[in-house]
Every structure is written in C-alpha cells, then in structure tokens.
Design a protein around this ligand. Structure first.
Ligand code: SF4
Ligand code: SF4
Length: 220
C-alpha cells in the first residue's frame, strides 16, 4: 500500500493563493486507509477551505485515483464545475495526483506527501516495506527486505555497527541483518548467507519505467 501523510495546512493554502473556487478529488484505496483521502478527509478539507474563504464547488471520491481509465470516467461528473474552478486539490498519493493532472487542463495540487510503500501493521500504523528496487532479493533474505529495512541498504550482510541488536543509524530500529540471520536460521537456510551478491545496478534504471503486458504477450 502507498502510505501518504497530509501536508501542513499552510502549504496547501499557499498553493491556493488567490483561488476562490476549487474541486476536490479523494481516493478510495490507499489514501482512505491512510486517512488522507477518504470521505471524512474530503469533508474536513471542504470545511477547512471554507474557513479560509475558498469554496469547494465539486468533489469526487473515485475508487482509485491512480487508475487512468477509471479517472477519465469519474472526472465526467465534474464537467460542469471544472471550467469555473481555479484549481483542483488531490487528496490521493502522488501517483493519483499525476493521473488527475494528466487528464485535465487545470492546476492540480497535492494535499498529501507520498511517503512510502508499506505494510498496514494495524489501523493507523504503517511501516515501510519495499523501495521498489526492481530486483527483489527476498528469496535469499528470509522475506525481510535489506534494501528497505537496513538503513544502508546492504545486500551482503551487516555493516558491523549494530549495538544490542539495534541499527547504528537509527537506534529505534532493529538491525535488519540480525533479523535476516535469525529468520534464515529458523528456516534452516543459513547457507544463503554464503552467496555474494553483485551490487545492484541502480544507475542502469532509466526513469520513468513502463511495463507493457500487451507487448510482452505479443512477443511470445
Ligand atoms: S528487495 Fe526489497 S526493495 Fe527490492 S523489490 Fe524486494 S522488497 Fe522491494
Ligand atoms: S546496523 Fe544493521 S540495519 Fe543498521 S545499517 Fe548496519 S547492517 Fe544495516
């Protein structure tokens, strides 16, 4: 799940300087779970903007703001109010905000900061889990991501700085490599630690990446 956090009120207001009428777009997926883009947050944003003299002339709550096809349909509900609004405020993640911006010729401003791809530990508690490195090594690390959970993203064992099982960079976190060792030990797979892995080739990654499943099928 994409974890997001609401931006400070002052920052949102600074984007909207001079705006009198705005449209709000929420998101029924991750942003709802994160309490940054659900129906309640849309209502709160509406009241907040009204208290600063900005009228919300329309809002939608799409199932998924990052789904371009879906958003194209959802935005039709705003066809009467979009021409008269000064800006659109997106309460989704950065992906959803970009999707909306790509579909309309209006200024689209993010209400949220997109933080990370994470696990929902329990309601309102999220932990970063994956940095989308494109070359997953979880098969060798007992299902614990060294790229994300180790502060130095080490892939060939610990740095040696851990104290009392904690990471030397952030003492609040356990050392990921101790966790990986313990998990592999439990699984009877300590031999996996003997393999040396090549440094990951991040420099070869050209952003933005595109995956086209249709093309792949075509090539088969
Ligand atoms: S190794 Fe870690 S960062 Fe890379 S894809 Fe797997 S979980 Fe994500
Ligand atoms: S102490 Fe452990 S988690 Fe922290 S940087 Fe070193 S190896 Fe990574």
């Amino acid at each position: 799940m994409i974890i997001s956090q609401k931006k400070p009120d002052e920052e949102i207001l600074s984007y909207l300087e001079g705006a009198k009428k705005v449209v709000l777009v929420g998101c029924g997926e991750c942003a709802t779970v994160c309490k940054t883009g659900g129906e309640e947050e849309l209502e709160n944003m509406k009241a907040f903007l009204a208290s600063h003299g900005i009228e919300v002339v329309g809002s939608i709550y799409p199932q998924s703001a990052c789904n371009k096809l879906l958003m194209k349909k959802e935005l039709k509900a705003l066809k009467d109010v979009l021409p008269e609004c000064d800006a659109v405020v997106s309460l989704s993640c950065g992906d959803g905000t970009q999707t909306i911006a790509s579909l309309i010729d209006k200024c689209v401003y993010p209400a949220n900061n997109t933080m990370f791809l994470g696990e929902v530990e329990r309601q309102g508690i999220f932990t970063e889990a994956c940095r989308l490195c494109s070359d997953c090594v979880l098969a060798y690390t007992g299902g614990i991501c060294p790229i994300t959970k180790c502060a130095k993203s080490l892939i060939n064992g610990p740095c040696g700085g851990s104290v009392d099982g904690k990471c030397e960079v952030n003492h609040d976190n356990p050392c990921a490599w101790i966790e990986i060792y313990n998990k592999l030990n439990k699984l009877g797979q300590l031999d996996k630690l003997e393999k040396m892995y090549e440094p990951k080739g991040y420099k070869d990654t050209a952003y933005p990446r595109v995956i086209n499943l249709r093309e792949e099928k075509h090539d088969e």
